[in-house]
Design a protein around this ligand. Structure first.
Ligand code: ATP
Ligand code: MG
Length: 346
């Protein structure tokens, strides 16, 4: 199975290198091809998402992505900036569902922003719709009748967009503890009223799943008060952007959190939620676990290798249990030594 490796900028290549070592240990079914992306691609080829990179991403069964972002490129025109590469990949590949698990490894309870007994119960996946909502509606700046400036962004969803992400939510819940919480603001927003109606309609296909609804303001509170109540959350682009960052703080370090962006079939792009971290690039300080855990998601969701995914996640837990810590977790291990610790556990 062909895997596109897009290491990108900053710590991207460092964390991808450790991840490939781990993948090679658990399976011999993968074939890797590497291509430049982001600032690295701009410097080499004049574009953050060169045609050959996009072609590789299209041909591959799954994409393992490091990070993009390079301070040298900050003053480029918008379409040449490294960040455009990930937006382009999402659009070109039709990746509409962003899955972010938030799990606190119990060994890291002291690193969470929440009390250990609250944080210890966190085991959820937040699913954020990526292709619609206020990000893509009509937007602009105009003058009001009295000559004041007015900005506007239209929020819209059609029922097919909602049904498609709802199904991802129900399917994900089915593979976990069978509970789906749909988050909206149906008391105020028309889009949310449609969202709620469509989620209820789709729920007829999933009688085995326990469905609940929550307003987004309450969901923000409940994520801090009692995060253990959630199994799978499904929500729109804007609410998901905010709630998934909030949930990530429960997990101890940004260096621990994986993500998947999926299309309508089994294809996906897998990446750590963190960026290129230019402040620590090239120093061996990056925590590779977010990327290693992203690779586990790739095995599970795109490649049908669940047992191998379980092995990687168990090995990460074992490494942490034995005290393996990079600097972001309060330790002294280098990126490679953390990779070694996971390999030793495997
Ligand atoms: P982006 O805009 O690409 O999301 P960002 O500006 O949000 O990037 P990050 O690159 O994610 O920033 O870095 C934020 C902080 O977290 C930095 O101080 C960075 O060093 C730290 N950090 C990010 N990833 C890791 C990691 N894997 N290991 C250790 N520290 C990390
Ligand atoms: Mg960021």
């Amino acid at each position: 199975m062909l895997i596109a490796l897009l290491p990108g900028d900053g710590i991207g290549p460092e964390v991808i290198a450790e991840t490939v070592r781990v993948l090679d240990r658990v399976t011999d079914q993968l074939r890797f091809e590497t291509a430049p992306v982001g600032g690295a691609a701009y410097k080499a080829e004049g574009h953050p998402l060169p045609p050959a990179t996009l072609d590789l991403a299209k041909r591959a069964k799954a994409i393992l992505f490091g990070a993009v972002g390079d301070p040298d490129c900050d003053r480029l025109e918008r379409h040449l900036r490294p960040e455009q590469a990930i937006l382009g990949l999402r659009k070109e590949l039709g990746l509409f569902a962003n899955l972010r698990p938030a799990t606190l490894f119990k060994e890291l309870a002291d690193a969470s922003a929440l009390r250990p007994e609250v944080a210890g119960a966190i085991d959820m996946v937040i699913i954020r719709e990526l292709n619609g909502d206020v990000y893509f509606g009509e937007k602009g700046m105009r003058k009001t009748a009295s000559g004041r400036r007015e900005g506007y962004d239209v929020m819209s969803y059609d029922e097919d967009e909602v049904a498609r992400i709802a199904r991802v939510g129900f399917e994900t819940a089915r593979a976990r503890r069978g509970k789906l919480c749909s988050v909206d603001k149906a008391n105020v927003l028309e889009t949310s009223q449609l969202w709620r109606d469509v989620v209820i309609e789709v729920s007829a296909e999933f009688p085995d799943i326990e469905l609940s609804h929550m307003y987004v303001d309450n969901a923000a509170m409940q994520l801090v008060r009692n995060p253990g109540q959630f199994d799978v959350i499904v929500t729109g682009n804007l609410f998901g952007d905010i709630l998934s960052d909030q949930a990530s703080m429960c997990a101890g370090s940004i260096g621990m959190l994986p993500s998947a962006s999926l299309d309508a079939s089994q294809k996906g792009l897998y990446e750590p939620i963190h960026g290129s971290a230019p402040d620590i690039a090239g120093q061996g300080k990056a925590n590779p676990l977010a990327t290693i855990l992203s690779a586990a998601m790739m095995l599970r969701y795109s490649l049908g290798l669940s047992a191998e995914a379980d092995r990687i996640e168990a090995a990460v837990a074992t490494a942490l249990e034995k005290g393996a810590r990079t600097p972001d977790l309060g330790g002294k291990l280098t990126t490679t030594q953390m990779g070694d610790a996971v390999l030793a556990a495997l």
